[in-house]
Write a protein that binds this ligand. Sequence first.
Ligand SMILES: [Zn+2]
Length: 120
Amino acid sequence: MSTYISESLRQKIIERDKSRCCYCLTSEANSGIPMTYDHIHPVSKGGETTFENLCLACRSCNEFKSDAVESIDPLSGDGTRLEGINAIGRTTIVKLRINNPVILIARKRWVISGWHPPLD
Ligand SMILES: [Zn+2]
């Protein structure tokens, strides 16, 4: 299984995901760190390198997600904290530590500055 992602496929993913992490919606411009390409269903578990199975992910989300495809479903929180609207969303937020204390401080500043959440 090839994990090579062609430049044309990369561009389609960037366009679809609007240069934002598909998990926490952090933009590349706000983070100042290039996004990674995440295999939603990991290659190690049979996932393919296709448009449908790839998304942009910030380094933090990608690192915490690793090759996970499941985790524990929690109940959610408040303000600058992200909340899942279903079991998959809630589970993803916990698994990727999307509401970790460091990012909550940064996200609060982004919200005050009008940089987050995205308007579209
Ligand atoms: Zn992220």
